[in-house]
Write a new protein. Sequence first.
Length: 52
Amino acid sequence: MCALEIINLSANPDKITISRAILPFAGSELTKCQRLQAAQKGLVAKKTRGSS
């Protein structure tokens, strides 16, 4: 589920409402992206070392 799916944007929500809806997703999504980047970097490093 996307963070903004739970907000009714047609109701013109204020910044606080949007922030409160996004906040629970920030930590978990950030961690997931960082792990994915680390895994991708590891794959690139293995390919680079293997071809040398």
